[in-house]
Design a protein around this ligand. Structure first.
Ligand SMILES: [Zn+2]
Length: 48
């Protein structure tokens, strides 16, 4: 096992997925309003 591999694993950022609850469109995590339907009901999931 290389040192490089362990560093990459440790530094891996968590993945954030944001999705409109109204139409289901995946949007950027910082998005407040869905670009597709205009809903402000954005839900965020964090994936480890
Ligand atoms: Zn939407």
């Amino acid at each position: 096992m290389s040192l490089f591999a362990s560093l990459v694993t440790r530094a891996a950022p968590e993945t954030v997925v944001a999705e409109c609850r109204r139409c289901g469109t995946t949007v950027e995590p910082g998005t407040a309003v869905c670009a597709t339907c205009g809903s402000e009901d954005i839900v965020r999931y964090t994936i480890d």
